[in-house]
Design a protein around this ligand. Structure first.
Ligand code: GAP
Length: 507
């Protein structure tokens, strides 16, 4: 675990040193859980966003995109349930003065019990080798069964307490489980209180005339309230989807782990409108599609897993997360939810407007059911950084840090270096750069040795470095060096574009 925490620290330091992510307002000592993206981070973020957009909108004729406003009518958040129910239970430790999400304290405790079960399985696997039957072991081993019993007991208390907003019951659970503050080690807790996560501000010029409005906590509602406009203006027929990317804001109680949990972040969401009764088919379809999207970047499948929700939100009839193996372990990266007709139904009720769809094929009008896919762009960014960050010892004993960012997402695709600053090499390198930069983000560098320039581009994940030397002037060839293998090849200048293009195609 210590190693994994170290890894996150190294990624944070690397992100800052190489212009990916800076703490926001740093010269004023920062603003908690708010971050700014530097030049390389902005490129990477733009590339992730457009890779998503391409997969969702460009590749699906029945999905279109919108860009709705961050400010929305306050009744929207009443209808969606956010005003009344977008709460987290918070608890403070009186000794460390640290604030926690009470349910997360319990979930962390559960994760420790789950880790004990995993350890038992690991030990047994070593002992029994190939003859090991994991299923049978999980169903019969007394220590595993005892721990499973503890988990069931905790779940049977936590989930109803959360559903019923029963704060004293959560406090009692924390006491009964003897959960201590990770900082002070004490069990000196305050009561558990509900805390609404929405940020509010006021709109209007005079304090009497001003209306309280909220900064949207999800982009999804902008899609729901526009669904009929989009359906009509784009002449969409069910099943169809609406995609949107944009900022969302949540006053998270505990904002830790870098850009994993932020107070201002960006979401990439898609709502897919379907016939009632057909939602499970589409739910399975989107689970598969979204998992395929993740692995299409070249990140190995074992870095991802599904986690089906035990406890469903009141509006959902099925929900799963795609989890990614972050340095802190497997954590939610994306949610796929079957949201029934809850949102559109609620907006019909609160707005008094009909949000029905007339399905000409079956000659029926109904409020469509919705499958949602929702991923945090910043969280995806952290997933990519976590996967890509690699420390390597090279054959000559030297070391390098290389960001093995999937080439399609890398901030720069090609770096062009003249070997020296004279003899016409910079001019030739500039000419090559000019030929490539219409199609790819390219970087021109002539300072320092070639070795140092390679290291700098390894550190930001540039898949290809092209070096222009004296031979280039004679036969129009360059060396092209591939980031991960460090293999160099001599190729003619007119081949560079197709070599780069070959690595950029996603699946
Ligand atoms: N419309 C559904 C919705 O917003 P969610 O599970 O609350 O669902 C979806 O959020 C995704 O947004 C999460 O899977 C995560 O990737 C991202 N996300 C949520 N809260 C976040 C935060 N505070 N910081 C960064 N990303 C966050």
């Amino acid at each position: 675990m210590a190693n994994q925490e170290d890894l996150l620290k190294k990624i944070i330091a690397h992100a800052k040193e190489y212009g990916f992510v800076y703490p926001s307002s740093e010269i004023y000592d920062g603003l908690s859980a708010v971050y700014d993206y530097g030049p390389n981070g902005t490129e990477l973020k733009n590339n992730i966003r457009s890779y998503w957009w391409k997969a969702m909108v460009q590749m699906h004729e029945n999905i279109v995109g919108i860009d709705s406003a961050i400010f929305m009518h306050p009744s929207i958040w009443k209808a969606s349930g956010h005003v009344d129910a977008f709460n987290d239970p918070l608890i403070d430790n009186k000794d460390s003065k640290k604030r926690y999400r009470a349910d997360v304290l319990v979930e962390d405790h559960m994760a420790k019990i789950e880790a004990k079960i995993d350890k038992e399985v690991e030990k047994a696997l070593k002992r029994f080798g190939d003859s090991f039957d994991e299923q049978q072991f999980l169903e019969t081993n007394p220590r595993v069964l005892a721990n499973k019993g503890k988990l069931d007991d905790i779940k049977s208390r936590l989930y109803p307490a959360m559903d019923n907003d029963d704060m004293p019951a959560i406090k009692k659970l924390i006491e009964d489980l003897e959960i201590a503050c990770p900082i002070s080690g004490s069990r000196n807790w305050t009561e558990v209180r509900q805390f609404n996560l929405m940020f509010s501000t006021s709109m209007g010029s005079t304090s009497e005339g001003a209306t309280q409005i909220f900064l949207r906590p999800e982009t999804a509602q902008g899609i729901f309230v526009n669904y009929l406009n989009v359906q009509k203006t784009s002449r969409m027929k069910i099943p169809f989807g609406i995609a949107q990317t944009g900022k969302a804001f949540r006053n998270e109680i505990v904002a830790r782990q870098f850009i994993f949990r932020m107070r201002e972040f960006e979401q990439m969401e898609m709502q897919f409108f379907v016939r009632p009764g057909e939602e499970m088919k589409w739910y399975e379809y989107w689970k598969e599609q979204r998992m395929n999207w993740h692995t299409s970047t070249g990140i190995p499948a074992e870095k991802f897993r599904f986690h089906d929700h035990d406890k469903l939100a009141h509006y959902a009839n099925a929900a799963a997360d795609i989890e990614f193996e972050f340095p802190m372990g497997f954590k939610e990266l994306e949610g796929i939810h079957s949201r029934t007709d809850f949102d559109l139904g609620a907006h019909e009720k609160f707005s008094g407007k009909k949000l029905r769809y007339h399905d000409a094929e079956i000659n029926e009008s109904y409020v469509p059911y919705v499958i949602e896919t929702s991923i945090g762009l910043d969280r995806m960014f952290l997933a990519i950084m976590s996967y890509a960050f690699t420390e390597e010892k090279l054959e000559d004993g030297s070391e390098r840090i290389v960001m093995k960012i999937p080439p399609v997402l890398a901030p720069y695709k090609v770096a062009v270096f003249p070997l020296t600053k004279k003899d016409g090499l910079p001019e030739k390198a500039t000419e090559i750069m000019d030929g490539l930069k219409q199609d790819y983000m390219c970087f021109y560098e002539e300072k320092d040795t070639i070795g140092k320039r390679y290291r700098r581009h390894d550190a930001i994940g540039t898949p290809y470095c092209v070096t222009v030397d004296h031979q280039t002037l004679e036969d129009n060839t360059v060396t092209i060096r591939e980031r991960d293998s460090m293999q160099q090849e001599r190729v003619s200048i007119d081949k560079i574009g197709s070599i780069v293009a070959g690595r950029l195609r996603g699946k």
